[in-house]
Design a protein around this ligand. Structure first.
Ligand code: UD2
Ligand code: MN
Length: 317
């Protein structure tokens, strides 16, 4: 029994020694993680350089070495397979614009595209009209060059996968923003055609572009879907696993409230699509500036008609 007691005592001794060692290790680890400085001693800047909401100026410094004024680029070592104009409808979304430019330039360059980014800004505080901005943007972009592809791009969508090529399918207009984080990375409804869309200039002309009549939020994207079908084409979509996007969180903008009248307009697509669109688009180009990371078009698209004139096409004064 004497031997066993000795053994028992030494076990207790070892157990307490072992817990002491454990305690010391835990203390050392937490000191290393939380207290002790490690690596270079200079303090990190107050605003991390990796923080996504940089000023436009900081993004310009970071990105403009590879990009020519106007947001123009072509690969230095080979002939690009796509000549792509990216058209972004815009008003008062500066932080979204910064995030988009910071993300899109390297993305497009990794895809070895010949491209240019056009920002089409709606002048004034009138009701927003995304369709009119797109029609104007395409008209102006085609004045500059013969683009093989036009990408229609919400300012708040960031592509996640390099395989989602910003080029066009020869026969089919393509919906590229299939799987968005906001919608749990699932196609949000079968005819969805908003967000990011790719069309060749010929496909765009065939659909007669966007309607000019959809003021405010909603249905101009569904109208475009119908135009694709009515003009005898089919839409294509890259696989969900590739066509993934992050949407920067935002509220509905002032001046872009949901317009219930757009639902009625959508029902008339069949009647109106060939007379209302790219072929009847009117706007005033107020300025065109070659900014370091994009071509800035300031456009007056006119104003929403007062109720007694509804149904008539409005033109800018
Ligand atoms: C959906 C569509 C969008 C459009 C809209 C209905 C998707 C993924 N997106 O987005 O393409 O059809 O519904 O109209 O299906 N914008 C400004 N400033 C403004 C208002 C709008 O810059 O004051 C631009 C900006 O590029 C924005 C886009 O218009 O991303 C669409 O507006 P939204 O982001 O408010 O619409 P959302 O997210 O509901
Ligand atoms: Mn949005």
């Amino acid at each position: 029994m004497g031997c066993c007691r000795h053994l028992w005592r030494s076990r207790r001794l070892w157990r307490s020694r072992f817990s002491l060692v454990l305690l010391a290790a835990a203390f050392a680890l937490s000191y290393a993680f939380f207290v002790a400085p490690s690596g270079p001693q200079a303090e990190c800047p107050v605003v991390s350089p990796f923080f996504p909401l940089l000023t436009l100026e900081a993004i310009r410094k970071k990105r403009s070495t590879s990009v020519s004024p106007g947001g123009f680029y072509r690969p230095p070592d080979c002939r690009a397979r796509h000549r792509t104009a990216i058209v972004v409808p815009y008003r008062k979304r500066l932080t979204h614009l910064g995030a988009l430019l910071d993300h899109l330039h390297p993305f497009l360059q990794r895809q070895q595209l010949h491209y240019r980014i056009y920002l089409v800004e709606q002048w004034g505080n009138g009701t927003f009209n995304k369709g009119r901005l797109y029609n104007a943007g395409v008209r102006e972009a085609l004045r500059d060059a013969t683009w093989s592809c036009i990408i229609f791009h919400d300012v708040d969508l960031l592509p996640e996968d390099d395989r989602n090529t910003y080029g066009c399918h020869q026969d089919k207009p393509s919906h590229l923003s299939v799987a968005i984080d906001k919608f749990a990375y699932r196609l949000y409804y079968p005819q969805a055609f908003g967000g990011v869309v790719a069309m060749t200039p010929d496909q765009f002309r065939k659909t007669n572009g966007y309607s000019n009549q959809f003021w405010g939020w909603g249905q101009e994207d569904d109208n475009l879907w119908q135009r694709v079908i009515l003009s005898g084409m089919q839409a294509a979509r890259p696989p969900e696993a590739i066509a993934r996007y992050k949407m920067i969180k935002h509220e509905r903008d002032a001046g872009n409230e949901r317009n219930p009248r757009n639902v009625d307009l959508l029902r008339r697509t069949k009647l109106d699509w060939s007379s209302d669109g790219f072929n009847s688009s009117t706007y005033k180009l107020l300025s065109k500036e070659l900014e370091p990371l994009y071509t800035h078009l300031m456009v007056d698209v006119g104003k929403k008609a007062p109720p007694y004139l509804r149904g008539n096409t409005t033109t800018p004064a």
